[in-house]
Design a protein around this ligand. Sequence first.
Ligand code: ADP
Ligand code: MG
Length: 288
Amino acid sequence: SIPLGFFGGIGAASRNGILVKGSNFLEALNDVKVVVFDKTGTLTKGQFSVTGNYPAEGFTPQELLRIAAYAESHSSHPIAESIRSAYGEVIPGEAVTDYNEISGHGIAVTVEGKAVLAGNARLMEREGIASQIPQQSGTVVHIAVDKQYAGYIVIADEVKEDAQRAIQELNALGIRKTVMLTGDAASVAESVGRQLGIQEIHAELLPGDKVEAIERLEREKGPKEKIIFVGDGINDTPVLARADVGIAMGGLGSDAAIEAADIVIMTDEPSKIAAAIGIAKRTRTIVW
Ligand code: ADP
Ligand code: MG
């Protein structure tokens, strides 16, 4: 038989904008000792704004931004959306062909017949293009046109106000460790992690590295302990599926993330994780 209290717990959660896909996941929250966060869109707003534009010789800032926006025209990544909105003009569909998104790297695409790359230093390295070392801190998108380096654009995201509260509340609930996993640069990851007081930071990870990191944390944990992963589903759906309890941010998150997750937070507030654990603890008290 199913204890009635579980339905009460799931109901209480849903009234708080927390969708729990089964009583087993609510039960598992009682034993969570490690909470692992994705950075972009989870701890940060995922709404970048362009803060720097550094064209290489032969390009103007306007041209660099236009090429970047065209390259990013088909991507749903928060980086892409910010570059398109900074450009602000309509992008003719026929200008962009052979679109390829390279997860954890960026975009390879043909723009007006030219081979364009837009992404991180790892993408440039992989394609044998020497990129400049950025003069400004932030998330950097390097651009190359027909194998020639065209410059870079710097974008910055903001930490969610609610993220600070989330970490404090998790600590108060007796969580042993908070961890951040990100594909972004170490400098950006460390600055966000320091602001929030996150204990362990792993940066410059490919989507597969994030799965490995979760598997390692699972090997390190105690026999009854559970691990939560919280993400927005952009490049982290496999991690959502792999964690003991996968939690997706429902507002920003993709359909695939909502599908892969065990719990969906409709409001995108990371502090709802502490609220969910609180509800799980009260539900257990009522059941037994
Ligand atoms: P995060 O772990 O921060 O959510 P992702 O795994 O989604 O990051 O991406 C990792 C890195 O790959 C980004 O920080 C960026 O450097 C690069 N990248 C991914 N997608 C794009 C894109 N559409 N345009 C440019 N760069 C991208
Ligand atoms: Mg992400």
